[in-house]
Design a protein around this ligand. Structure first.
Ligand code: CP3
Length: 332
C-alpha cells in the first residue's frame, strides 16, 4: 500500500500524495492510439489486457502515487441490462430502460458481465510497477446512475420527471445492490480504495438530498468500510460539503473547483482531496503552478491529497501534467 492510503488513514506522510481524476485517457496519445483501434468503448473496458495497459499508461509517464482502473461508471447500467454506447463528440447514449428486464437480472448475470473488470484489477494490482502505490476502484453514486438510466445521456439540467418516475424506489434498490456487488468484487481483487463519483449531485435541490444522496451514499460508504477498504466521495458541485461529510462520514472527500478551499480547510476535518480547476492545466506553466501552490498552502496543516476539482480535460498537454506532478512531489 502507498502514501495515498496512509494519508486517508490519517498517518503522517513525507510528501503530499497525488493522483488525478481521468488521469488515464483522452489527453494521452498512447490512449488515443489504442482507442482508435477499439471503437466500442464498453468492449475496451471489458478487455483486461488493454484496460490494464491504459490504467498503467499515466503511471509510466508521471510520478503519481496511485492508479485508477480504466473503466466507466456506466458499466453498471450496462451490466444491469441497459444498452450503453459512447458516441464521438456526444458522450454516452443509453438505450430504452426496460424496467422488467432490469428487475429480473440476477446477481450472477451482473457479475458475469463485469468479470473482466475483476480480472483487470487482479492482474494490475499484481504488476510490480504498482509496488508501493495504491490501486483505486470506483463506482458512480446511486443518484448519478439513476440520472443516467432515466435521462439516457448526460443531463444539461434536471429533468423533474426523474422525481416522478413510478418505479424509482425499486430501481434505486436494484442500483444499490449492483453497486455493492461491484464494490465487493473490486476490493476482493485488489482495489484498496473506492471512489464514489456523484457527478450530478449539484443538480439536486437541498430538500431532495436525504432521499437521493445521503441515504443511498451512506449505505454504500458503510458497506465499503465494512469490507476493509477506504472510501473517497466526490459529490461534484454540491454547496454543502460540511453537511455532506457529517451525514456520510467518508474516509476522504474530493472537492470541486467551485467551492472555496479556505472554507473547506476551516470547516472539514477529514482528509481532503482535489480542488484545483482542471483548466489550470491549460495555462502557462507559472500560472498553473501558482494555482497548485495555493491549494498546497491552504491545506498544508491538513491531511491533503493533491488532485483536481474534476477530470483532466482532453486538450491537456501531457508535458503540463508532468510539470504539475513533479512540482507537487517536490513541495515541502
Ligand atoms: O479516471 C480515470 O482515468 C479512470 C477512468 C474513468 C473513465 N470514466 C473513463 C472514460 C472514470 C473514473 C470515469 C468516470 C465517469 N464516467 C464519470 C464520473 C467522473 C466525471 O467525469 O464526472 C462520468 C460522469 C462518466 C460518464 C462518461 N463516460 C461520460 C460523460 C463520457 C463522455 C465524456 C468524456 O468524459 O469523454 C464517458 C466516456 C469516457 N470515460 C472516456 C474515458 C477515457 C472517453 C471515451 C472516449 O475515448 O470516447
Amino acid at each position: 500500500m502507498g502514501i495515498l492510503k496512509d494519508c486517508i488513514d490519517n498517518k503522517k506522510t513525507d510528501k503530499v500524495p497525488i493522483w488525478l481524476m481521468r488521469q488515464a485517457g483522452r489527453y494521452l496519445p498512447e490512449f488515443k492510439e489504442i482507442r482508435s483501434k477499439n471503437t466500442n468503448f464498453i468492449k475496451l473496458c471489458l478487455n483486461p489486457q488493454l484496460s490494464k495497459e491504459i490504467t498503467l499508461q499515466p503511471i509510466k509517464r508521471f510520478s503519481l502515487d496511485a492508479a485508477i482502473i480504466f473503466s466507466d461508471i456506466l458499466i453498471i447500467p450496462f451490466a444491469m441490462g441497459q444498452k450503453v454506447e459512447f458516441e464521438k463528440n456526444f458522450g454516452p447514449k443509453l438505450g430504452e430502460l426496460n424496467i422488467d428486464e432490469i428487475f429480473s437480472v440476477s446477481d450472477n448475470e451482473i457479475l458475469n458481465k463485469l468479470d473482466p473488470i475483476y480480472k483487470l484489477i487482479k492482474i494490475t494490482s499484481e504488476d510490480k510497477i504498482l509496488n508501493g502505490k495504491d490501486l483505486i476502484g470506483f463506482v458512480g453514486a446511486t443518484w448519478t446512475l439513476l440520472v443516467y438510466m432515466l435521462n439516457r445521456q448526460s443531463p444539461k439540467k434536471l429533468d423533474k420527471e426523474i422525481y416522478n418516475y413510478k418505479n424509482q424506489d425499486e430501481l434505486i434498490k436494484k442500483i444499490i445492490n449492483a453497486q455493492k456487488l461491484h464494490i465487493k468484487n473490486q476490493v476482493e481483487n485488489g482495489a484498496s480504495i473506492i471512489q464514489i463519483f456523484d457527478s450530478w449531485a449539484g443538480l439536486l435541490g437541498k430538500e431532495k438530498f436525504e432521499k437521493y444522496i445521503y441515504k443511498p451514499t451512506a449505505e454504500i460508504v458503510n458497506y465499503t468500510k465494512s469490507l476493509g477498504a477506504k472510501v473517497i466521495c466526490f459529490p461534484r458541485s454540491i454547496k454543502y460539503y460540511k453537511e455532506y461529510c457529517n451525514e456520510i462520514i467518508p474516509d476522504a472527500i474530493n472537492i470541486d473547483y467551485e467551492v472555496e478551499p479556505m472554507y473547506i480547510a476551516s470547516n472539514i476535518d477529514i482528509p481532503i482531496q482535489g480542488g484545483m480547476d482542471p483548466k489550470c492545466l491549460l495555462l502557462e506553466k507559472d500560472d498553473m503552478l501558482k494555482n497548485a501552490k495555493k491549494y498546497l498552502e491552504i491545506f498544508k496543516d491538513h491531511k491533503y491529497i493533491f488532485n483536481l476539482g474534476h477530470g483532466v480535460m482532453p486538450e491537456t498537454k501531457p508535458d503540463n501534467v508532468k510539470i504539475l506532478v513533479d512540482f507537487v512531489k517536490n513541495f515541502k
